[in-house]
Design a protein around this ligand. Structure first.
Ligand code: DC
Length: 231
């Protein structure tokens, strides 16, 4: 455990790079709060889906977003997600919610609301926050910024193994092409796209986890944190 306050570790990267597993290990190790920003966007999507709202319609999204109250609670090394008091931790992990989230996360008023909420966590706690725009937009002054990458093949293989391990059928080529499509969507949207560090406007330590375990990637991040702190 280290004795600091308002220390910010921002972890960005494409989906399937292992951000949430790695961020949780780092947060537990340092006794920081883990903030899964994807879960916030997923919660907003679930709220709209349940009401049958067309999430591509910005005016309709703007009308309901003020009613979306998301709280992330760190419990026992994990995190539960509360939407207006209801535990929706598992309900936001379906394919359907993933699809709706990639739509709603493009809407400006949604990004503004979630960004403000994310900054509140960082104002009050030491955080390990993971997402797509944390180091570039949400916490531009974060003491540690990480871009956690992995090749599309490695990410598809992890997903493939996970599905097979859970007893589902899976098609590797199909999963790989979905991974690539998601990268294109995340990197090319107008507001807060996922950006690779360019060494000028967005500087971050780049970690390629294709051939690393989550523990190894977390260890690499902890080393960067320790260097920053002069430990
Ligand atoms: O990390 P995840 O798979 O739970 O993210 C779900 C969706 O939310 C995904 O489409 C990317 C989007 N997202 C975003 O736009 N900005 C963030 N900071 C986090 C997630």
């Amino acid at each position: 455990m280290i004795n600091v306050s308002n220390f910010q570790i921002a972890i960005d990267g494409p989906s399937g790079a292992g951000k949430s597993t790695v961020a949780k290990i780092v947060a537990n190790q340092l006794n920081f709060i883990y903030v899964d920003t994807g879960a916030m966007y997923r919660s907003a999507a679930l709220y709209g889906m349940r009401r049958g709202i067309d999430l591509t319609n910005e005016a309709l999204v703007e009308a309901f977003i003020k009613n979306v109250d998301v709280i992330l609670k760190n419990v026992g090394g994990g995190q539960i997600v509360l939407l207006n008091g209801e535990d929706i931790t598992n309900k936001i992990r379906t394919q359907e919610v993933s699809g709706a989230t990639s739509v709603i996360s493009k809407v400006n008023c949604v990004r503004q609301k979630m960004t403000a909420l994310q900054r509140q966590y960082a104002d009050n706690y030491n955080v390990v926050m993971e997402g797509r725009d944390i180091g570039s937009v949400v916490l531009p002054n974060a003491q540690v910024k990480i871009y956690l990458d992995a090749s599309a093949s490695a990410r598809a293989e992890r997903r493939f193994r996970e599905l097979i391990g859970r007893g589902f059928e899976a098609d590797f080529q199909k999963i790989k092409s979905e991974v690539e499509q998601r990268d294109i969507a995340d990197m090319n949207r107008e507001i807060s796209p996922l950006r690779r560090p360019d060494g000028k406007t967005y500087i971050a330590d780049y970690i390629d986890s294709s051939d690393m375990t989550a523990q190894e990637a977390a260890f690499a991040i902890l080393n960067i944190v320790n260097k920053k702190l002069g430990v």
